[in-house]
Write a protein that binds this ligand. Structure first.
Ligand SMILES: NC(=O)c1ccc[n+]([C@@H]2O[C@H](COP(=O)([O-])OP(=O)(O)OC[C@H]3O[C@@H](n4cnc5c(N)ncnc54)[C@H](OP(=O)(O)O)[C@@H]3O)[C@@H](O)[C@H]2O)c1
Length: 311
């Protein structure tokens, strides 16, 4: 590619684009930065940074587009968008801070569950002295990628018995690993199930009635991947039937979660508003600029999404 400064378009319908614009504009690799929606001429734009679905027709306005990056770890908002041509490489954010924050969130949820923290908080309100006991827990991590792999290793360090599940069989010290052919066996161990899969046609609605019935009775679910993984009505039934003892949910089919959604009021569900691990602009910008340098030097981009796998 020619070595001129590169013009960028940022489309982020959820996050404030300001810190991204400020951070990127400090680099001498970067030319004009446009923020969608804009009336500007985008002919010179070569790079598109996106968080959440692109408006229809945006791609048609960028005839010289060379690279698209998600501004988060997930790329489901891009994989299902028919306007994106197959020849444009798509990358995502793989950032140690994102992995650290996700691990910390899941450990918080796991500990709150193991130590019955919500019951202790209730008991405090009624001045009740109830020495609720706790037991060691077996944790199943679905998805052993950048986030799930990091989490699984940290959980081993904390003394949990950890079971891991991925598409291809992994070998990770201290973790009993399973692949798709052994899903049932994996699930049978998971007293706490943590979902860190990407959304693909194979994983949409994977957290369903059948899967819940393969977990040990009274298992606890932590869904931090995507809402599209979960059949919400199946979860509610599994909680009401006591097949599951509770769930910590950070992601939902519809975000923000509508006030009418019954999950809000379910006594066994704890909800957070998609904050398990949020991209930090400063560290992500360093990764984006590294890839921008690679693009200008016609080198391979890092953290490219495999369109065939869909993640
Ligand atoms: N809530 C939040 O705040 C938040 C923040 C960041 C990310 N996320 C979510 O976390 C997800 C995971 O991120 P990541 O960076 O860890 O992804 P990743 O590095 O792409 O890892 C995905 C893992 O899932 C496995 N996998 C994919 N399809 C599978 C299938 N059909 N059956 C079994 N395993 C399968 C992969 O197996 P292989 O190893 O064999 O390829 C890999 O181990 C993201 O896609 C995003 O949705 C949520």
């Amino acid at each position: 590619m020619d070595k001129q400064k590169v013009d960028i378009l940022i489309s982020s319908s959820v996050w404030d684009p300001k810190p991204w614009v400020e951070g990127l504009s400090k680099s001498d690799l970067v030319g004009n930065i446009h923020v969608w929606p804009t009336q500007a001429d985008l002919t010179n734009v070569k790079v598109l940074f996106v968080w959440k679905p692109l408006d229809k027709g945006v791609i048609d306005l960028i005839p010289n587009l060379k690279w698209i990056s998600s501004l988060g770890a997930g790329v489901d908002h891009l994989m299902t968008d028919p306007q994106i041509p197959e020849h444009i490489p798509i990358t995502r954010i793989v950032d140690p801070f994102l992995a650290r924050d996700m691990t910390n969130y899941v450990i918080m949820g796991l500990m709150m569950h193991q130590r019955s923290m919500l019951r202790h908080l209730d008991n405090q309100k009624s001045k009740t002295w109830d020495r609720i006991t706790y037991k060691p827990l077996k944790v199943g991590v679905m998805g052993l990628g950048a986030l799930g792999g990091h989490l699984a290793e940290k959980l081993v360090g904390l003394g949990f018995e950890v079971f891991g599940y991925s598409r291809r069989l992994k070998r990770i010290e201290g973790i009993k690993c399973f692949d798709e052919s052994d899903q049932k066996e994996f699930l049978s161990h998971a007293e706490v199930l943590v979902n860190l899969l990407p959304v693909t046609p194979q994983t949409v609605n994977i957290l369903n009635k059948q899967l819940f019935s393969s977990l040990p009775k009274g298992a606890y679910l932590i869904n931090v991947a995507r809402g599209n993984h979960l059949v919400e009505s199946d979860l509610i039934n599994a909680l009401d039937d006591e097949q599951l003892s509770g769930a910590l949910l950070d992601v939902f089919w519809e975000e923000p979660l509508p006030p009418s959604n019954p999950l809000w009021e379910h006594t066994k569900v704890t909800i957070t508003p998609h904050v398990a691990s949020v991209t930090t602009p400063n560290s992500a910008i360093a990764l984006l600029l590294d890839n921008l340098k690679r693009l200008r030097e016609d080198r391979e981009l890092l953290h490219t999404v495999d369109l065939n796998k869909g993640y």
